[in-house]
Design a binder for this molecule. Sequence first.
Ligand code: ADP
Length: 174
Amino acid sequence: MIRAVFPGSFDPIHNGHIDIALRASRLVDELIVAVYDKPLKNFLFTPEERISLVEGVFRNVPKVKVMGYSGLTVKFCQKMQAQVIVRGLRVFSDFEYEFRMGLANHRLAPDVEVLALITSEEHTFLSSTTVREIASLGGDVSSMVPKSVEIALQQKFLELGEDHPVIPTQTIRD
Ligand code: ADP
């Protein structure tokens, strides 16, 4: 049985992530979408909110499970007995980062392979940072995220009010 982990911040999940997760799930027996929870990071959504949004997206996809995790991704893989880490590649800058991370992870856990899928053309520009920035300025993100995420973003910025602090731009790779 091949089990894979797709790790990320998912702050929030967007159509680029969903595309990678669904395509990867066809290649394996089980895919765990692992929502990174590092308390030191300045996320827009809480870990519970990010997990719940991801769960909502994959509720009807039996092969996909959703979990929160912190610490080293390879340790989480070993704990879950997953043989594969799935990553998505957008542009050249992603490649350099993923290349470094892939080699480092392989050094730490030679038995865990990295499977990098190239983004679908229509999602090349898409990142959580872009989605957060557009939504924070009242822009239309309906073509970039599922309805549930669009609503969560509207609610979040309503709660934060007009004078919301600078929107955190960090992702797992910062
Ligand atoms: P982001 O970079 O969107 O803030 P994450 O840190 O949550 O996202 O990224 C998790 C994984 O999803 C990474 O492997 C990242 O390269 C991949 N990913 C993010 N956006 C896209 C996209 N538009 N197309 C393909 N893969 C993506």
